[in-house]
Design a protein around this ligand. Structure first.
Ligand SMILES: [Zn+2]
Length: 356
């Protein structure tokens, strides 16, 4: 990977972008993408879009989501401890003894998830943890002290864990879901620009907010752009851990290439085009059958504007919704390549109607 690209990925992943509070990440992303597109815009809730050929009638959106799962302060005790609720589907089982960043108006306040010592704790605690058992210690002895630090009900909290490379080939970090996707579509924009490949259609490079709480950013921006085609990228479970059932979850492995899914929202002609593009360019890929929904922004685009031909290219990921989400660097590169080659072969005006 190019040095500048790697540095952007690291910077982007280490920044906090909690659901509903994505703006600092969106600024980083826009700074990177802006030189490679003709124009940029954002919407009311912070979804940002880089556009190539803004005047073109035929529009193709490539999309990822910018938000990171996190916590909200739900209650402050008189002893100065913070209780929390989820902001997105955060895993409460990994919380004990983790360091956190509490995002106040005055900047980051440090804290840790409290956890009783193994020497004294009730054995019941080892059998699973309820969300209501969790509390955060931010070094305060009273509610007053907490409030003095700028913390209130509704203050958002992220984990501290940062980006790391393992064995030269695996990237791990917080919120690879789906900042890896934001990185991928940004790199597609860069490649089109640097290789002077300007498609005849409009290319809308979309980094949506609020996917983790109901695909909300994508729903809004799909109506705003009104694309003819949308290709979404998100993460998908690597199914090699014994907790998965390959019979139903499929056999997905990091390092074996991007995953293309079959699902009602995934347009079959578009999907075949992606598979043909992968084959022609010798890009490895894996197949997935999504029972019912993909549970990604694909549904948001597909079912907008009376129907938009949509597809999904997924990045295999281990340990989803933890702070050590892992992706293979080759899968990231191959996903970029698949997007790029797809855009080069797509003809402006392609009609995706099943019945003509
Ligand atoms: Zn997610």
């Amino acid at each position: 990977m190019r040095k500048e690209s790697f540095e952007f990925l690291e910077r982007y992943l280490n920044n906090a972008s909690p659901v509903g509070f994505e703006i600092s990440g969106q600024k980083l992303w826009l700074d990177y993408v802006e030189p490679y597109v003709d124009t940029c815009f954002s919407d009311t809730y912070g979804t940002v879009v880089g556009v190539i050929n803004p005047e073109a009638e035929y529009k193709v959106a490539i999309e990822a989501h910018a938000d990171e799962i996190s916590w909200y302060v739900s209650h402050i005790t008189s002893e100065g401890m913070l209780n929390v609720v989820r902001n997105g589907y955060t895993d409460h089982q990994i919380a004990p003894a983790k360091r956190v960043n509490i995002h106040t108006k005055n900047g980051v306040v440090k804290g840790v998830f409290a956890w009783p010592s193994i020497q004294i704790r009730n054995k019941k605690s080892d059998q699973g943890l309820a969300l209501s058992d969790l509390s955060i210690d931010c070094g305060c002895d009273s509610m007053k002290e907490v409030e003095k630090l700028g913390i209130h009900v509704g203050t958002v909290i992220t984990y501290e864990d940062s980006f790391m490379v393992m064995n030269g080939k695996y990237y791990t970090g917080r919120g690879m879901d789906n900042r890896a996707g934001g990185f991928i579509i940004a790199e597609v924009a860069r490649m089109l620009h640097e290789n002077k490949k300007k498609p005849k259609f409009g290319v809308y490079i979309v980094n949506s907010v609020q996917e983790e709480t109901g695909l909300s950013g994508a729903k809004m921006i799909a109506e705003n752009i009104r694309p003819n085609v949308a290709i979404v990228t998100d993460v998908i479970h690597d199914t090699q851990h014994p907790n998965y059932t390959k019979a139903t979850d499929g056999d997905i492995k990091c390092g074996k290439g991007p995953v293309v899914s079959f699902a009602p929202a995934v347009h079959r002609i578009l999907l075949q085009m992606l598979i043909d593009t992968a084959k022609k360019n010798k890009i490895p890929y894996q197949l997935k059958a999504a029972s019912q929904e993909t549970y990604t922004d694909t549904e948001a685009f597909a079912y907008s504007n009376l129907g938009v031909a949509s597809a999904l290219i997924s990045l295999p990921l281990k340990y989803m919704h933890t702070t050590v989400e892992i992706a293979h660097k080759d899968d990231i590169q191959n996903t970029i390549k698949l997007f790029y080659e797809f855009l080069l072969q797509l003809k402006s005006g392609t009609d995706f109607k099943y019945l003509k």
